[in-house]
Design a protein around this ligand. Structure first.
Ligand SMILES: [Mg+2]
Length: 239
């Protein structure tokens, strides 16, 4: 076999794996919808960058009140439109704005390179649990359409991926922290809270990570490992 095997960990680890922008493209569709929204709004005073910034502000508020997912995204677009135009949206404007979000809902799942084969291989030796956040129906629907569901022994769709959520999840699935790794593209949701919960972490950056997920990667506490990989397939060098 390949030299990969020599540095691989022994079988039986638990790999907690993020979905959006780790297994498949996600944020690029939102960015496209937002670009369409900004040109539709065509604001006479605010620049596109200012509109984008105001939308971030609306998204923060909506997510805090209603959680992640497309329903919140639609609500944020409408709020942003009304706040910047200074009046309520008409029925026609409302339909147009919903249309931008609907493009995302109907998009084909586009897997990132080598994801399917890598997961199938990893699942032979390790326990794989999908750990994502957002609307449960949306996220499980994407997993079904992705064709990847059979590689996972469990699926967790959390309202927010913070430190307490990782502790609860680890307890629920009886994870041995010394043999459990959180793998994902988001420092804010995948890496830092998992490290704070005593787990190892593997950061696989994506070039188009959502701005609300940006955060500096923390250094792991003593005894915990943090790896940074450039591609999903490189997991096979370690597991
Ligand atoms: Mg992600």
């Amino acid at each position: 076999m390949s030299s990969h095997n020599q540095s691989r960990r022994s079988p039986g680890d638990t790999l907690l794996i993020d979905a959006d922008d780790t297994l498949w493209e996600n944020n690029i569709y939102f960015e496209r919808a937002i670009a369409s929204f900004i040109s539709y709004l065509d604001h006479k005073v605010h620049t596109p960058a200012e509109v984008r910034e105001h939308l971030n502000h609306c998204e923060h508020a909506t997510i805090a009140a209603h959680g992640y997912g497309l329903r919140s995204f639609r609500r944020s677009l409408v709020n942003c439109f009304e706040q910047l135009s200074g009046c309520s949206v008409t029925d026609e404007e409302h339909q147009r704005i919903l249309g931008f979000a609907d493009c995302i809902a109907h998009h084909e799942i586009e897997l990132l390179p080598d994801v399917a084969g890598t997961l199938a291989d990893l699942s032979v030796r390790h326990r794989l649990i999908l750990v994502t956040k957002g609307d449960p129906a949306e996220q499980t629907g994407k997993l079904e359409r992705s064709g990847l569901a059979s590689s996972f022994t469990a699926v967790e769709v959390l309202p927010e991926k913070h430190h307490d959520a990782y502790l609860a999840l680890s307890a629920h699935h009886r994870c041995d922290a010394a043999r459990t790794w959180m793998i994902g593209n988001s420092p804010r949701s995948d890496i830092n809270p998992a490290l704070r919960a005593g787990l190892h972490a593997i950061f696989i950056p994506h070039n188009f990570t959502w701005i609300l997920e940006h955060e500096a990667v923390e250094q792991p506490p003593a005894g915990q490992n943090l790896l940074e990989l450039q591609a999903f397939r490189q997991l096979l060098d370690h597991f």
